[in-house]
Design a protein around this ligand. Sequence first.
Ligand code: ZN
Length: 282
Amino acid sequence: MRIANLAGRAVLLVEDGALDIHKASGGTLGPDPSALFDHWDEVRPQLAGLTGAPVPYTDTDLLAPVPAPRQIFAIGVNYADHAAEADLAPPAPSGCPVTFTKFASCLTGPYTHVGLPEGMVDWEVELVAVIGRRAHHVAAENAWAHVAGLTVGQDLSERLTQWSGPAPQQFSLGKSYPGFGPLGPAVVTVEEFDDPDDLRIGCDLNDVPMQNARTSGMIFSVPELVARLSAVVPLLPGDLIFTGTPAGIGATRVPAVFLKPGDELVSRIEGIGTLSTTFVEA
Ligand code: ZN
């Protein structure tokens, strides 16, 4: 199933368009995309049984599929090739994932214009896991049962703020300007993937490939992240985990490349879809 947010209403994206979840369920399920994951175990079988006449839609009417999560976790240096380009030691697989947050007000839809603040704004395509069942002290082998689905995220980052000391670096602020969390186009439920741990991921800037990798390259896989994070913090339904970015960001290029007005960034993950983000002067 592909769960999306069409102009503020929860929908299923199907072959011929979008199926309004509230209408197709005869009013049993609410229209609020934020509430959909709160009772995921009960909602999921109802969604699977929905039928009706889908309506055509325009991509730009899609909003962030999870518009108001209670918690957003974001993981740094989770791919060895990105750690190398950033000249950072990757965490040991037995260690702790580098964790920060993106404040929820930065989330935006899959097809949007994002204003560029002053500074050096960079891209980071990331697989995003959406929690479907409360997770606290969950073992990795049971973790996928707590994930409702996967979506595409951009961890847009203003590097001057991010790197402004003293330690700890200001990751959360530098990555939370308005619009710095493009998300979507849909939350794709886990059973849709042949192997949810191995998906092609990448992004293009103005049609030039910048990042191209597989999510199997993550140091901490989605189940490992659920285990490590939930060992400390209860993960709540609808929470997001931005799982880290592979190599190919702008800051470590020679010369460095940062986003400028007029740039178009297309981010994609196999089996989920694409985000298209156009940058404008803030
Ligand atoms: Zn990131």
